[in-house]
Design a protein around this ligand. Structure first.
Ligand code: GUN
Length: 290
């Protein structure tokens, strides 16, 4: 059984990225820059944003936080994004989800320029991904699914021609995950909370990506022998304050081909991909590639 160690891979990629940032900064005369917009006071979101900004700093990417309090008029967020679209020193923008009311995802995804979309979540970026046409390919893909593809590839997990099940249909994980697996020539099925008899279904797939958001919904022993299981779930304050996922791998995981740990699997790859996405946006904008 292979442990898909996202922490280790993220560390290795971080070293390479820091060199890329350095080369870019020398040629461009400035470092790449990410702006993070946050509208919510949810503590977990604030912590995520802080961690993303710290990660930027660790590779030499500049970051700036813009707080938009929920008391702000809805239109102000659109105006802020429009300004960022035109700011020459800003390469990437991330609007942390979930948004606080009165803001709505549709206003972000239709206003932010796809060329500055560090999450790959704007409708243009998603549409480009959907098309599958390399001549209109997006610059970046959504962070969590893209990080998972890198994690599978780095462990030589075969994707092409294999049956892959994605459990979850969110725009941020499930749907782009299915598209990226399809791009890698997997035979893809999407399941979700209304799917009947998930426990029977999961036995028919080589690769299962679980993004249901329910702590310990599956046990390792629920999966067929030699399945590759990717757990996107992150649930805080489990037993003893621990972080656990959607799958309980604590017992009976030996028969799996591979699985991600929680924590230390998908999470570090999501942050790492955000940094790489920001770098790609900056390189593309200035036409500086190393
Ligand atoms: N909230 C949780 N994960 C993410 C992410 O990857 N991007 C954004 N924008 N918000 C999130």
């Amino acid at each position: 059984m292979i442990l898909l160690d996202g922490k280790k891979l993220a560390e290795a990629r971080k070293k390479q990225l820091a060199e890329r940032v350095q080369k870019f900064s020398t040629k461009a005369g400035r470092a790449p820059k990410l702006v993070v917009v946050i509208t919510t006071e949810i503590v977990a979101s604030q912590v995520y944003v802080r961690n993303k900004m710290k990660a930027c700093e660790s590779v030499g990417i500049l970051s700036e936080k813009i707080e938009v309090p929920k008391s702000t008029r809805k239109e102000v967020l659109t105006e802020i994004l429009d300004k960022l679209n035109h700011a020459p020193d800003v390469d990437g923008v991330l609007v942390q989800l979930p948004l606080a009311a009165p803001f709505v995802e549709a206003q972000v995804n239709s206003t932010l320029s796809w060329t500055k979309d560090a999450d790959g979540l704007t409708y243009t970026a998603l549409g480009k991904l959907f098309s599958g046409d390399p001549s209109v390919a997006p610059i970046v893909a959504p962070c969590t699914p893209q990080g998972i593809i890198h994690l599978l590839q780095s462990h030589q997990i075969e994707i092409a021609g294999r049956r892959a099940l994605v459990i979850g249909r969110s725009n941020i994980v499930g749907k782009p995950m299915a598209l990226l697996l399809l791009k890698e020539n997997a035979t893809v099925t999407i399941a979700h909370s209304k799917t009947k008899d998930l426990h029977a279904l999961i036995k028919n797939f080589h690769i299962v990506v679980v993004a249901m958001g329910q702590r310990n919904f599956f046990k390792a022993s629920d999966f067929a022998s030699q399945t590759v299981v990717v757990d996107v779930g992150i649930h805080g304050s489990g037993a003893g304050g621990s972080i656990t996922g959607d799958v309980d791998f604590s017992q009976g995981a030996e028969h799996l081909a591979a699985h991600t740990p929680v924590p230390g699997g998908v999470g570090p790859m999501t942050i790492m991909t955000l940094l790489e996405n920001t770098m790609k946006l900056a390189e593309t904008k200035l036409g500086i590639f190393s």
